[in-house]
Design a protein around this ligand. Structure first.
Ligand SMILES: C[S@@+](CC[C@H](N)C(=O)[O-])C[C@H]1O[C@@H](n2cnc3c(N)ncnc32)[C@H](O)[C@@H]1O
Length: 204
């Protein structure tokens, strides 16, 4: 994946203008970035070619628990023909940082960031991504899933990293599938130095 200079400029502005730049930098750890690159590679090479014939263009994406917008920015710079991304996060600090991270696309009207609880929001995007599954309880997850349309492609990530803020880690990939209650079309696992990350893609 190549990150161009204009996008890199806005990434630096987003970090510099954050209330807590060190906290924002947590989104840029190698493991965090690699997990997002892995998600995009998987969509590009495994899922996207299969969908190519049937998926309506342009593609709209919702990222639930979108944090500071790194995944959105990387998706815009990928080969996936993304038209619009909406990033939803419950933390009000994330909205302005995510907008700066994706300033070019925000100006073009292709990116929006909102502060909201993902469990209470309606989504109708072609692809709905939640890489924050370990941050919500099973009850919250089940409520979240119940609000999603049957037609959207759902992309989920979790991990086995046991730290206090991870209230629902998965022991392994099969455990993550059990937690997730979707019809799995693709499943995979990424070994990182400190933990394993799990990804499943499917529909309700
Ligand atoms: C640490 S971050 C992202 C971690 C994840 N592994 C990743 O790389 O994308 C988790 C995010 O989920 C958000 N979050 C947690 N509960 C949420 C909810 N109910 N609705 C929306 N966002 C939520 C937090 O505010 C935070 O920005």
């Amino acid at each position: 994946m190549k990150i161009d200079l204009d996008h890199l400029h806005y990434w630096m502005c987003a970090i510099r203008e954050s209330k807590d730049p060190m906290r924002t930098l947590d989104a840029f750890w190698r493991g965090q970035m690699r997990s997002k690159e892995w998600l995009i590679e998987t969509l590009e090479h495994v899922i996207y070619p299969e969908r190519n014939k049937t998926m309506n263009f342009p593609i709209n994406v919702d990222i639930h628990g979108g944090w500071v917008g790194t995944l959105a920015s990387m998706l815009f710079q990928s080969a996936i023909p993304v038209d619009h991304i909406r990033s939803i996060d419950i933390d009000p600090e994330c909205e302005s940082i995510a907008k700066m991270m994706n300033k070019t696309e925000e100006i073009e009207g292709r990116f929006s960031a909102i502060t909201a609880d993902m469990c209470l929001i309606e989504s109708s995007a072609d692809i709905i991504i939640n890489t924050s599954c370990e941050h919500i309880s099973q009850g919250q997850y089940d409520l979240w899933l119940s609000n999603l349309p049957d037609t959207s492609l759902i992309v989920l990530q979790s991990n086995d990293y046991s730290i206090p803020e991870h209230i629902r880690p998965a022991d392994n990939l099969e455990h993550f599938i059990e937690q997730s209650h979707i019809k799995v079309e693709h499943k995979c696992e990424l070994k990182l130095p400190l933990y394993k990350r799990f990804m499943i893609i499917g529909r309700k």
